[in-house]
Write a protein that binds this ligand. Structure first.
Ligand code: IMP
Length: 441
């Protein structure tokens, strides 16, 4: 049974939630390995729309085991809210949800530090989601973080909160001129959260490896995306975790030898929220049009997303860094009304043509995209289920993306519903999950 990583190839919001939702019936376990409640995975099931932030979207499938891995940072209050809303809608969590003992906890001072630091950066701000994710990872790396297991030991938890507050309060007061916290105001709610979450907190690395030994198939659900990866993204305008496929191992405790493949998800165009370089960013009316048609507003913050053309340089980079076997293209239908579609095939920097993604911040800032223009199909593709249902020009567009990326397409999403999906023949997907096509008809 294959264990596959699903990863975003651009700047997030590629529609990973839907792709994971389509593949979940064919696996036994879905695990989140990075990020926190900065993520917003939207899944539409029939008339119901679910926005998940910390829990893998596999939870919407009865019997699928869902794991929040050690690479995730957990805001317990927000997680409990999410759990309660799922339970109210009839989702069974007991026996299906497992949270790593080693996952770090987002404490109330983390969002406070996130807000204070962003305010201080002014024009150089990262445009974070303000959920405290960055500061929680700072504490993890500084070895002063609090882990889920610590919540279950009241004495140890108190000691760690006291030690942290002694330092954080000074930082908040003296550097940022911001409000400070009292130990008791944190302990009260957090110990209540601990009682709530205790049955779900466990050694998930052990569980995952045992399940794999017993022949279970695991899907690793990436959050954010390649260009937001702490090491490989557009640093410093990135998130603070390892969002690429490498993070799937460290963020779960499953070794690389037990992972069999990697599937990237890319929009048929591109979007980005927050600050930072975005070479193919559109300007003016076309950006407005794509934003409106693609409903490009953040699932977590509601912020309008910056929109741009498909960047094949970024995709080739994502294929290399993640070792992608195949790519799923989403939101093809958003381009249905475009007379001309642009695809970036390289960058021009100081007169030279660059065809590989430049990791150097200053090169990227000065890089001008080189576009290829493709005639739009100007016909509806919404809801198409077979490659043959697509207009010839739409098929040509997808073939061109495939040529430029150098890996085969596996899925094309033509709408938010599960069955508004095309399964492409020449990809590893039908081999990994033999029932996938039949399940979408
Ligand atoms: P942080 O993860 O909140 O620290 O934000 C760092 C950067 O990552 C900002 O540009 C955010 O907009 C971006 N980001 C974080 N989570 C997501 C996501 O789920 N989708 C898209 N962008 C995200």
């Amino acid at each position: 049974m294959p264990n596959i990583v699903v990863v975003g190839t651009q700047w997030g919001d590629e529609g990973k939630g839907k792709v994971v939702d389509v593949l979940t019936p064919h696996v036994n376990v879905v695990v989140r390995y990075s990020g926190g409640n900065n993520a917003g995975h939207t899944v539409v099931v029939g008339r119901e729309k679910y926005v998940l932030h910390s829990i893998p979207s596999g939870i919407l499938h009865n019997g699928c085991r869902c794991v929040v891995g050690c690479g995730v940072v957990v805001d317990p209050g927000s997680l409990i809210e999410e759990m309660e809303s799922l339970v109210q809608r009839g989702v069974t969590l007991d026996g299906n949800l497992f949270i790593s003992k080693n996952a770090h906890v987002i404490m109330p001072y983390h969002p406070a530090l996130d807000r204070a630091s962003e305010a201080k950066l002014g024009a150089r701000r990262i445009g974070t989601t303000l959920k405290g994710v960055g500061p929680a990872y700072v504490d993890k790396a500084a070895r002063v973080g609090i882990r889920m297991a610590d919540l279950l030991d009241e004495r140890l938890f108190r000691e760690k909160v006291e030690a942290n507050l002694a330092q954080k309060n000074r930082l908040l007061r003296e550097i940022y001129d911001a409000q400070t916290f009292r130990v008791e105001e944190i302990l009260g709610p957090y110990l209540r959260y601990a009682g709530w979450l205790a049955p779900y907190i466990t050694d998930t690395a052990l569980l995952l490896n045992r399940w794999i030994e017993n022949g279970y198939s695991v899907l690793f659900e990436g959050a954010q995306a390649t260009m937001l990866d702490l090491d490989h993204g557009t640093y410093p305008y990135v998130t603070s975790s390892s969002t690429t496929t490498g993070g799937a191992c460290t963020g779960t405790g499953v070794p690389p030898t037990r992972i069999h493949g990697a599937l990237g998800v890319a929009k048929a165009y591109a979007t980005r929220v927050g600050s930072g370089p975005f070479p193919t960013e559109m300007q003016g009316a076309i950006a407005e049009e794509i934003r409106a048609r693609g409903n490009e507003y953040g699932a977590t913050t509601g912020r309008p997303r910056r929109c741009g053309w498909f960047d094949a340089v970024v995709l080739r980079y994502a294929v290399r860094i993640n070792g992608l076997d195949t790519v799923a293209v989403t939101k093809l239908d958003v381009l249905d009304q475009c007379e001309t579609i642009r695809v970036c095939t390289g960058y021009r920097y100081r007169g030279d043509l660059i065809t590989e993604f430049p990791e150097d911040e200053s090169v990227l800032a000065g890089a001008e995209p080189e576009y290829e223009e493709i005639t739009g199909w100007m016909a509806p593709t919404t809801g198409a289920k077979h490659e043959g249902d697509l207009p010839a020009k739409a098929r040509r567009y997808l073939e061109r993306l495939e040529e430029l990326m150098g890996v085969p397409l596996c899925l094309v999403s033509t709408g938010p519903q599960r069955d508004e999906t095309i399964v492409c023949d020449d990809s590893p997907l039908p081999r990994w999950f033999p029932g996938v096509r039949a399940s979408l008809l």
